[in-house]
Design a protein around this ligand. Structure first.
Ligand SMILES: [Zn+2]
Length: 189
């Protein structure tokens, strides 16, 4: 028997709000892995038809490659998984707002939607500092939802930079006027 009245839970679920959160949790676990490997903690998953098709985390230090952001690596892995560079119907979940490079890659890959956690007012290219994903002159626009599990994503980032500062203080003399808040605000990867 079908009930006419939907609970708020099933109503929200039908809009994908809860599945956005669960996929962001998976991205957060990958970001934690990045942090454990000494990388700036950013994790990403690619989802098609409700299933995770690719996972990645930031590996700039390990690969010694400035382009090895989680989003770029997840796009490559997703292309391998589906056998096509076109990401029709694919949503990318990433713990931090993509930079200009990654937002541009998502446009070129025709990603349908990007969901990010922590906004990046200084370098974010999904509407914060720049709007690469929504720029009208682009061949394709990517739908954006930001702020999913933002407190958790932010806490992970802050903890990483706090520990990095402690390590830095043990191995080097602190420089005067070297603002730690500024470093965080840069959204370095
Ligand atoms: Zn990036």
């Amino acid at each position: 028997m079908k009930s006419e009245k939907k609970s708020s839970t099933s109503a929200e679920d039908s809009f994908g709000l809860f599945s956005d959160e669960s996929h962001m949790r998976a991205a957060l676990r990958l970001a934690e892995r990045a942090a454990a490997e000494g990388e700036v903690p950013v994790g990403a998953v690619a989802v098609k038809d409700g299933a995770v098709i690719a996972k990645a985390w930031n590996q700039v230090e390990m690969l010694k490659d400035a382009t090895a952001h989680a989003e770029i690596l997840v796009l490559t892995a997703a292309a391998n998984a589906i056998g096509d560079w076109r990401m029709d119907g694919v949503t990318v979940f990433v713990t931090k707002e993509p930079c200009a490079m990654c937002a541009g890659a998502m446009v070129n890959a025709r990603v349908e939607r990007v969901v990010y956690g922590l906004a990046d007012p200084r370098c974010g290219a999904c509407g914060s500092a720049l709007d690469v994903t929504g720029f009208k002159g682009m061949l394709h626009n990517v739908a954006v939802r930001g702020g999913v599990l933002e407190p958790e994503c932010k806490a992970l980032m802050q903890e990483f930079f706090r520990k990095a500062r402690v390590r830095g203080a043990k191995t080097a003399k602190p420089e005067k006027g070297n603002s730690t808040a500024e470093e965080e605000g840069k959204g370095k990867r």
